[in-house]
Design a protein around this ligand. Sequence first.
Ligand code: CA
Length: 220
Amino acid sequence: MRILLVEDDAMIGEATSIALKDAAYAVDWVRDGATAGKVLQNGEHQAVLLDLGLPGRDGLEVLRRLRQAGNAVPVLVITARDGVDDRIKGLDFGADDYLVKPFAVDELLARLRAIIRRQGGHAAPLLSNGKLSLDPASHEARCGEVVERLSAREFSLLHALLLRPGAILTRDELEERIYGWNEEVESNVIDVLIHGLRRKLGAAIIKNVRGAGWMVDKSA
Ligand code: CA
């Protein structure tokens, strides 16, 4: 799961980016609205944390243009402006939720999980498919009677597949969900993670589609 953080404050940006990485997200951080607008056209992020007070193009304008372009990526607005007007404007411009600074990291993570799962069409906190289920809060996976705590990257990979059962994700697409821009992709990391997941949860949970990628079967 890859997040775009748009924040011009160095301290808040640094702290937020560390908290997100600790919670198993891949994070890309930009510090101004124009760059955010450009990056968001690539569609490589599954959610956006958007500060409103930004140099140049402000957050509301970034949001307005994003929605005008038909981009439905979930956006959580983070802002120091606690004025009711800004919050209403943010929501009217297409934000999915907002947080007022200073915020508790746990609340940020919970709100982020909520907007991501609503985007995937899942109202319930657990992602499940057949006998397999995944808890985005605890990173626990259950398959029948087996319950396992997953590593950050195992979680990210299984989460990406479980958001769209039946869809094949390629090696590049999986790597993109797990790594941010500045991180070097380790060779054969996807194979290692899939091997670990199968060992923990059973060989049948992830299907390899030869030459194409991997998927979890859509349960009937
Ligand atoms: Ca700011």
